[in-house]
Design a protein around this ligand. Structure first.
Ligand SMILES: [Zn+2]
Length: 410
């Protein structure tokens, strides 16, 4: 069985017109005018496919196709329809539209699954003005609660409560309902990196999502006059912090693995041409799918920071600000995807995701897995985001055939 790539590509183009900014990609954050419009379109199209549509308390949209009645728990496919400002056509929307295309394909072939089949579009996956990314899937998996959501508002003063209500949700019902029981969750997404392209592969089977660790680091030296303070008497916070930046790069490269370390934010005080910097604040981020390697790298970085501190006689404070554990996807679902790809003669790579996705929250409540499609030049969150139709087609067919295996086995 194969999906109809032309129908899928025209759906991608049609959804991209919602929030399209002439020459500047797609701007469709959750609860924007374009988001409300695309929600209505999506709901109507699911109904036209004969699905029952519901909108849950956090305004995730669910479409359900009944199965033969042999199995009770649904198999779910989905992703998100919101975008970052000036984003691309594929991040999120592709996973939702491939799921919809698979449902159309099953209808065409007159195949009814043993399990009910559900499609989901999650609310506010991207970072947004309400400051809750993966809002819909985190709420569904009970990692985000009504009391945390209730007080939130955007900079125009619109409350999250009102925004969710307008999309058909209801914050007051969040902790009341039963958590949805599912048999499995599949999410297709663009890779947003270059690993598949570097290996000349169309399809990635994602076995894990990296853990993300962040520190806030403060280096304090002695602020002083840049002309009258001789070099040997200085306690320059920036010189010490600069060595730390170089050390982080060196230690991460030495691993020669997928583990990455980044100093992305760096502030110098008072930041003036004639003053020796008295203080530097910076962030340290480490991402890795391998917990042992991640912890070892963080230890090595902290040790090096302390040696640099002693050498320069500065003060050092390291405060952990974020620590999300890595998530492993379900081995059985990974097997279904590998078997499907092998049977279709489609080469693939098994790889970790270096970015967070709704599927990591779903992994806390059901069997969960992801399929990646090659991103051209590894570009995402940009109008230049692009994936080739032939790569999309192969990945969607792998997902379709893995879904059929899951339906027979689970
Ligand atoms: Zn996404």
């Amino acid at each position: 069985m194969k999906i109809n790539i032309n129908r899928l590509m025209s759906a991608i183009e049609s959804y991209a017109t919602y929030g399209q900014v002439e020459g500047c990609g797609v701007t469709r954050p959750s609860f924007s005018k374009a988001d409300y419009q695309v929600r209505n379109l999506f709901i109507q199209e699911l109904k036209d496919l004969g699905m029952t549509v519901t909108v849950d308390a956090i305004a995730n949209i669910w479409g359900t196709l009944p199965g033969t009645g042999e199995k009770e728990k649904p198999i779910v496919m989905g992703s998100h329809l919101d975008t970052v400002p000036n984003g691309g056509k594929y991040d999120g929307a592709l996973g939702v539209l491939v799921a919809k295309e698979i449902i159309e394909t099953l209808r065409e072939y007159e195949v009814t699954l043993a399990h009910p089949l559900q499609i989901v579009s999650f609310t506010a996956e991207e970072a947004n003005e309400f400051n809750f990314s993966t809002m819909g899937s985190r709420t569904l998996s009970r990692r985000l609660h009504a009391e945390e959501l209730r007080g939130a508002s955007d900079k125009t003063g619109t409350t999250l409560e009102a925004a969710v209500k307008k999309a058909g949700g209801d914050l007051s019902k969040i902790d009341a309902g039963q958590q949805n029981a599912m048999a499995a969750y599949f999410e297709l997404h663009i890779e947003q990196g270059s690993k598949l392209e570097n290996q000349n592969l169309s399809v990635g089977i994602v076995d894990s999502i990296v853990g993300i660790y962040r520190d806030l680091v403060t280096v304090e030296g002695q602020q002083n006059h840049s002309g009258t303070t001789v070099m040997k008497n200085r306690k320059d916070a920036l010189v010490a912090a600069g060595e730390m930046v170089a050390e982080v790069q060196k230690l991460a490269i030495a691993l020669d693995s997928d583990t990455v370390a980044t100093i992305g934010k760096f502030e110098v005080f008072p930041n003036a041409a004639n003053i020796i910097p008295g203080r530097v604040d910076f962030t340290l981020e480490v991402r890795s799918a391998d917990k042992t390697e991640r912890d070892a790298l963080i230890r090595r970085i902290h040790d090096s920071f302390h040696s640099i501190q002693e050498k320069h006689e500065v003060n050092l404070t390291i405060v952990n600000s974020y620590n999300m554990q890595e998530c492993d996807f379900d081995k059985e679902l990974i097997n279904f995807l590998e078997e499907a790809a092998t049977e279709m003669g489609i080469p693939y790579a098994v790889l970790p995701s270096m970015a967070g996705h709704d599927a990591m929250n779903l992994a806390a409540m059901t069997k969960s897995v992801m399929v990646f499609v090659k991103s051209i030049n590894g570009i995402s969150h940009s109008p230049q985001e692009f994936s080739l139709p032939e790569d999309i087609e192969k990945s969607a067919n792998v997902l379709l055939n893995a879904l059929l295996k899951a339906d027979q086995t689970l």
